[in-house]
Design a protein around this ligand. Structure first.
Ligand SMILES: Nc1nc2c(c(=O)[nH]1)N[C@H]1C(S)=C(S)[C@@H](COP(=O)(O)OP(=O)(O)OC[C@H]3O[C@@H](n4cnc5c(=O)[nH]c(N)nc54)[C@H](O)[C@@H]3O)O[C@H]1N2
Ligand SMILES: Nc1nc2c(c(=O)[nH]1)N[C@H]1C(S)=C(S)[C@@H](COP(=O)(O)OP(=O)(O)OC[C@H]3O[C@@H](n4cnc5c(=O)[nH]c(N)nc54)[C@H](O)[C@@H]3O)O[C@H]1N2
Ligand code: SF4
Ligand SMILES: [Mo]
Length: 691
């Protein structure tokens, strides 16, 4: 493919998105001129989002980094000089060697996430390198950690309903997800089912694009979802809408739960959530009486202090009604465990000389860089842009500014983070590499092979970490492995029966192969919880110091309907900053066409809250709290309940304008999984005249 000048070539979307679409790259004279969906892909079926239709603009963007650079200006200034790869690798290896000699290997840390979801790129050679080095370890809880742990306490396994089956559902509850923007093929399924009469309920703090299209949009106060789910359980038990046979056979703790939810009366839950009591009853009855009823759980509701518990409470609902046994019923948060690769074979934790090396949370990067003792002295950032995406970016920035911190950033662009690097390395795009992809939503494994040669002098993560391993004198065979070796290792000898029939040869021939989903038939009999059943009561949670039954726990920073701030409270509004439609986290926030579609950072504010502050639509406003400031344009709208303001999208900083939502967000960790708590943030807003 790489040598052919013209034609259409299959590829995989590498972005952190549940859909993991099959793509077709259209080449003319050796260049990708167009990106479309691959119609042969069994579930994404040729449809892709507008972001990736514009991927060629990103690939050949004039600002793409094409050679290694060394910083010559101040940290953050963005002044660099070109150097050779030999110099760059030599400098990194000698600085790392020096740091290890003087301060030990734990003075160095990686910082990465899933800017590219390729297993070889982010769960492979990179991991081997940092394990062998003995670096401080990074706990990657920025995305789905809290909710996944909440789900796992209940179900034991990150896998729910098969997406194809949900087409049969008669009721969809989309809970804290903006499906239209963030999981478009799930949206296609919903739309199809609605043509057959299915109904869509959206539960969110904000009438997003998905809420706009719902049959019934239910707005609630942030972080009160567990209360709503408990209110529904109250009604389900009280009205005899539970499936007793299912509860007895497949769950533990249903008797305790029945007693426990008596306190969550519709009136009490209404006072907490802001949802009228009669709507709570109506929703519960609708859920209890419709079959198949399917719940799509998003990531939004788990970026809270109580995020794990929100998911934990919701995922109990299909167990009460027995919907897990109904084809098309049940729930999905992530289906990632079905497609799990052999992680140890890829990452080789056995190479680590110090298995007990310290662990830091990626959600506390500012604190880690500023206060960890002994300090971090060297950091290697790849596949992530923490200066924009991490909580409390003011603190992150201060950390990145430390003169005694040696920072390397490997990326395709000079991101806000890369501006602080001592050494910047150019990264290939996935279309220039071989890599292996799975989805955390559908059941297809896909192989990516290079369609175009590396742009400029760019190198893949795999190549960079192999070069560094060599320069550091790491002689293990693990650092000689080729891409194909690693694909075989990822697919081989796994404890995961679902991937048993997938091979490199098969993938080369077919591009995408379906997991062996026959095992799913025994799903409820093989749940890996301690009891082997759905745990409505969880002893594991009790042991972790959490309420063992699903429980509403108010936010540490934030308000529910019962705890509204008094007059004069410094920060009376809750600030929610979810993704927008045209960017993928901070990726694409430098692509003109997509920036134009999003116009500029906006703050959606309720007319009541706007009036109280003399703010009109289109005013430039300042949003602030103790952590930082954020300058945006006000959009007065009734899309939220009063008391909540929303700004969608993660924008890069701009000359003279503070436009990072994360300047306001906390580094606090969630109740479970040390997850991020982006949305448990309080702020004040005022009008600011344009200067
Ligand atoms: N277009 C686009 N697609 C993306 C991404 C992107 O940036 N842009 N990012 C990708 C990634 S990494 C992820 S993790 C997913 C995230 O995508 P989703 O799973 O859709 O999650 P979010 O968009 O974070 O939040 C979804 C909704 O949750 C709402 N929300 C916030 N707090 C609460 C709450 O307390 N209760 C309830 N019920 N709702 C709440 C927000 O208002 C938002 O409308 O999308 C992926 N896909
Ligand atoms: N306020 C607020 N903050 C959030 C969120 C939110 O909803 N609100 N969402 C959070 C969530 S869910 C997530 S997942 C995180 C995501 O945060 P990140 O993982 O940091 O995602 P991106 O901003 O897309 O940055 C990915 C970077 O990887 C680079 N990259 C792409 N491919 C490669 C490659 O092959 N090699 C290398 N070396 N680099 C590559 C891209 O150019 C890009 O700069 O953000 C979190 N931050
Ligand atoms: S970002 Fe998501 S929807 Fe868009 S092409 Fe990639 S996988 Fe498909
Ligand atoms: Mo994410």
């Amino acid at each position: 493919m790489i040598h052919e000048q013209n034609g259409k070539f299959p590829a995989v979307c590498p972005l952190d998105c549940p859909d993991t679409c099959g793509l077709l790259l259209h080449k003319e004279e050796g260049k990708i001129v167009k990106v479309t969906g691959n119609p042969e892909h069994p579930i994404t079926k040729g449809a892709i989002c507008n972001k990736v239709r514009n991927m060629a603009e990103r690939l050949y963007h004039p600002e793409r980094i094409l050679y290694p650079m060394r910083r010559i200006g101040a940290k953050g200034e963005g002044k660099f000089e070109r150097i050779s790869w030999e110099e760059a690798i030599e400098e990194i290896a000698s600085r790392f060697t020096e740091l290890i000699r003087e301060h030990g290997p734990e003075s160095i840390m990686p910082y990465s996430f899933y800017g590219n979801m390729g297993a070889l790129s982010v769960d492979g050679m990179d991991r081997r390198f940092f394990h062998r080095l003995g670096s401080t370890r990074l706990e990657q809880g920025i995305c789905n950690a809290a909710g996944n742990v909440g789900w796992k306490y209940t179900m034991g396994f990150m896998g729910g309903t098969s997406p194809e089956d949900t087409a049969k559902a008669k009721l969809f509850i989309v809970w804290g997800q903006n499906t239209v923007s963030t999981n478009m093929h799930a949206w296609s399924i919903i739309e199809k089912a609605r043509k057959q009469g299915a109904k869509l309920v959206v539960i969110d703090v904000h009438r997003n694009r998905t809420g706009e299209r719902a049959d019934w949009f239910i707005p609630l106060h942030p972080g009160t979802d567990a209360a709503l789910a408990l209110g529904m359980m109250h009604v389900l038990f009280e009205r005899g809408l539970v499936n007793q046979e299912f509860l007895t056979q497949y769950t533990i703790g249903h008797e305790e739960l029945r007693e426990h939810v008596k306190q969550y009366t519709p009136d009490k839950v209404s006072a907490i959530t802001g949802v009228p009591a009669e709507h709570i009853v109506q929703l519960a009855c609708m859920y209890g009486e419709t079959s198949p009823a399917f719940i799509q759980i998003g990531n939004g509701l788990q970026h809270h202090d109580n995020g794990g518990m929100n998911v934990r409470a919701i995922v109990c609902l299909p167990a009460l009604t027995g919907q897990w046994l109904v084809e098309g019923g049940g729930a999905i948060k992530s289906n990632g465990d079905y497609s799990k690769f052999n992680g140890a074979a890829l990452a080789r934790p056995d190479l680590r000389p110090n298995p007990n090396a310290r662990v830091v949370s990626m959600n506390q990067l500012g604190e880690v860089l500023l206060a960890l003792d002994p300090p971090i002295k060297g950091m290697f950032v790849y596949c992530s842009n923490p200066a924009v995406v991490a909580p409390d970016t003011e603190k992150v920035e201060q950390g990145l500014q430390r003169e005694d911190l040696f920072t390397v950033v490997h990326d395709l662009f000079l991101t806000d983070t890369a501006k602080y690097a001592d050494i910047v390395l150019p990264s290939t795009s996935t279309f220039e590499n071989t890599d292996l992809y799975r989805s955390y939503w559908h059941h297809y494994i896909q192989l990516q092979e290079p369609v175009i040669p590396p742009q400029g002098e760019s190198k893949s993560n795999m190549e960079v970490f192999k070069l560094l391993a060599q320069a550091m004198g790491f002689e293990e065979k693990a650092f000689q492995d080729t891409e194909e070796d690693m694909v075989r290792q990822a697919l081989g000898h796994s404890a995961n029966p679902y991937i048993e029939r997938i091979t490199l040869e098969g993938l080369k021939e077919h591009r995408f192969l379906k997991l062996n989903m026959e095992h799913q038939q025994r799903y409820l009999d093989t749940l890996p919880t301690p009891s082997g059943k759905i745990e409505l009561y969880s002893q594991q949670m009790a042991e972790a110091g959490l309420p063992p039954l699903p429980t509403y726990v108010p936010l540490i920073e934030g308000y529910d309907g019962e705890r509204r701030p008094g007059k004069g409270a410094p920060y009376p509004l809750m600030f929610i900053s979810p993704p927008n439609h045209s960017f993928l986290n901070s990726t694409f926030a430098n692509v003109d066409k997509l920036m134009k579609l999003e116009k500029e950072p906006m703050l959606q504010i309720h007319p009541e809250d706007a009036r109280a502050r003399a703010i009109s639509d289109g005013d430039e406003v300042l949003v602030w709290n103790d952590r930082g400031e954020f300058q945006v344009t006000a959009q007065v709208t009734e899309k939220m309940l009063p008391g909540t303001v929303v700004s969608q999208g993660l924008w890069w900083e701009q000359e003279g304008k503070r436009q990072r939502a994360n300047a306001l967000t906390p580094e606090r960790l969630s109740d479970m999984g040390n997850g991020a708590t982006f949305f448990s943030t309080v702020v004040e807003v005022k009008r600011q005249w344009r200067s």
